[in-house]
Design a protein around this ligand. Structure first.
Ligand SMILES: NC(=O)c1ccc[n+]([C@@H]2O[C@H](COP(=O)([O-])OP(=O)(O)OC[C@H]3O[C@@H](n4cnc5c(N)ncnc54)[C@H](OP(=O)(O)O)[C@@H]3O)[C@@H](O)[C@H]2O)c1
Length: 197
């Protein structure tokens, strides 16, 4: 593993500030857990002149997304802007530039997760979205990853909603509560049936 792993943060609001605080003030503990130093290189916000809850070195804060996604010093982009636009576009930019992406954005993952995972696979990077549900309680990994490791999901696709909170369209979980009795095998068809396509 790399000695130093560069982090680019998109968003420094409620969640972004907490993440930045951990990266800056719990660096030693994190390095011990991860086996590498996680260095906060760049942080994207809308307004760079605003007072922030965390103290950042000069030059870290930017309002230009290219400074984050094009930086050779950034290995992992953490998207904490929220909403669909411009978060989706920025996630795609990061993936296509070869950055691993971590996001807490349930709207983007609910609507475009499948396509983004394919894009990430194409570019040989990881897209992690555990933080989209359960406030950091690991639900996706133990549920899906473990089951697939045990080959119980081999050759199968799983579609589910783990949380409905935060989705702008409250109808999505409601539609899931009444799925078509016979789900088609093609995920694109399922998405269309649920009104996502
Ligand atoms: N809040 C929670 O309890 C919680 C819990 C779990 C997951 N989440 C998820 O975490 C994500 C972030 O939520 P949050 O509550 O931290 O959001 P937030 O407080 O509204 O912060 C959003 C941040 O993104 C920046 N931003 C917004 N639009 C931008 C743009 N066009 N260009 C550049 N920067 C932009 C803002 O910049 P400025 O500071 O300059 O305005 C701000 O720093 C969301 O996907 C949310 O669903 C939130």
């Amino acid at each position: 593993m790399k000695q130093d792993v560069g982090i680019g943060l998109l968003g420094l609001g409620t969640v972004g500030s907490a993440v930045a605080d951990v990266l800056l003030n719990k660096a030693d503990k994190l390095a011990e857990q991860v086996g590498a130093s996680l260095i906060l290189r760049k942080v994207l916000v809308r307004d760079t002149s605003r007072q922030r809850a965390v103290h950042l070195e000069h030059g870290v804060l930017t309002s230009q997304v290219e400074e984050v996604v094009d930086s050779p010093d950034v290995d992992i982009v953490i998207e904490l802007i929220g909403g669909e636009s411009p978060a989706l576009e920025y996630i795609k930019q990061a993936i296509t530039r070869g950055k691993h992406v971590v996001t807490a954005n349930k709207e983007v993952i609910a609507k475009y997760g499948y396509r983004l995972l394919s894009l990430a696979q194409e570019h040989n990077v990881d897209l992690r979205y555990e933080a989209t549900v359960g406030s950091g309680i690991p639900l996706i990994s133990p549920g899906l990853v473990k089951l697939s490791q045990e080959r119980k999901l081999s050759g199968k696709k799983v579609v589910c909603v783990l949380t409905g909170t935060g989705l702008k369209d409250p109808g999505i979980p409601a539609r899931y509560a009444q799925p078509p009795t016979e789900l088609p095998a093609d995920l694109a068809v399922i998405e269309k049936a649920l009104g996502w396509g």
